[in-house]
Write a protein that binds this ligand. Structure first.
Ligand code: G3H
Length: 255
């Protein structure tokens, strides 16, 4: 660990696999990440790494990542602890399964499954109450107007943080919707402007908050964002090849 960087802002890299891989492919990818953690000397670097595979692979993640320093979590969680909620998974179950992180409010869930700010707030509450670190996704749908982007994104962040248990650890993933699944990440100047507003919002709340950028993030993205309000990256497609993940770790936290 780097003594100069306070734990509160320790760099962090996350990967969500979304629904890109099947079971066998995910297991192979997790084994590759475990190997990467060893060969890339993850333990000697000033960075946290977490991965978010699909629910059925969480037990494999626990086994394959044990002792590697790589944390894992889920891509969604329900707000209730138990009861008649067919198909849902509680924060308590994720904790029992060994998860550390859980994603809430991804743009794809907001767009395709009708997740509102109220739902994201309730899930953030459930996650933090269970001791999980929520990875709260927020971002504007249209980036043409910077002031509007800040307002929309900070509104989502504020709504989620209203659910966070006092003093809890939270990761905000700023993901402009128009940069997700795109050819290029959002321009650094845009990211830094919105991120500064999110950071101010985090500083207004009683949480230990880190901020990462996602949306076609990969090698080369962080070097344009470092030394500002952004503490790391949230990777999607560009981490499917673990060599891309290694290059990101090299940029964010050289050995
Ligand atoms: O969860 C990850 C983000 O939505 C970014 O995905 P992407 O890098 O494939 O655009």
């Amino acid at each position: 660990m780097n003594d100069v960087i306070p734990d509160l802002r320790r760099p962090v890299v996350g990967v969500s696999l979304k629904l890109y891989f099947g079971l066998a492919e995910t297991r192979k990818w997790l084994a590759d990440v475990a190997a990467l953690a060893g060969t890339a000397a993850l333990g000697a670097r000033a960075v946290d790494l977490f991965v978010l595979p699909s629910f059925p692979v969480l037990a494999d993640a626990r086994e394959l990542l044990a002792g590697t320093g790589v944390a894992f979590g889920a891509q969604d969680v329900h707000w209730a602890e138990s009861g008649p909620w067919t198909g849902e998974v509680s924060a308590g179950m994720l904790t029992e399964a060994g998860a550390t992180y859980v994603e809430v409010g991804h743009a794809e869930r907001r767009a395709h499954f009708g997740e509102t700010d109220d739902v994201v707030r309730a899930k953030t509450r459930a996650a933090t109450a269970a001791g999980l670190v929520p990875v709260v996704c927020a971002g504007e749908r249209d980036g043409a107007d910077l002031a509007a982007a800040v307002e929309e994104t900070v509104g989502q962040v504020r709504a989620a943080l209203a659910g966070a248990v006092s003093g809890s650890e939270v990761v905000i993933a700023y993901e402009p919707v128009w940069a997700i699944g795109a050819a290029d990440p959002a321009p650094a100047a845009h990211v830094l402007a919105v991120a500064a507003a999110i950071r101010a919002c985090l500083d207004d709340h009683d949480v230990r908050g880190r901020l990462i950028y996602g949306g076609t993030a990969g090698p080369g993205t962080y070097e344009q964002l470092s030394a500002g309000p952004v503490d790391g990256l949230f990777l999607g497609r560009l981490a499917h090849d673990t060599e891309g993940l290694r290059r990101v770790l090299d940029e964010i936290a050289p050995v």
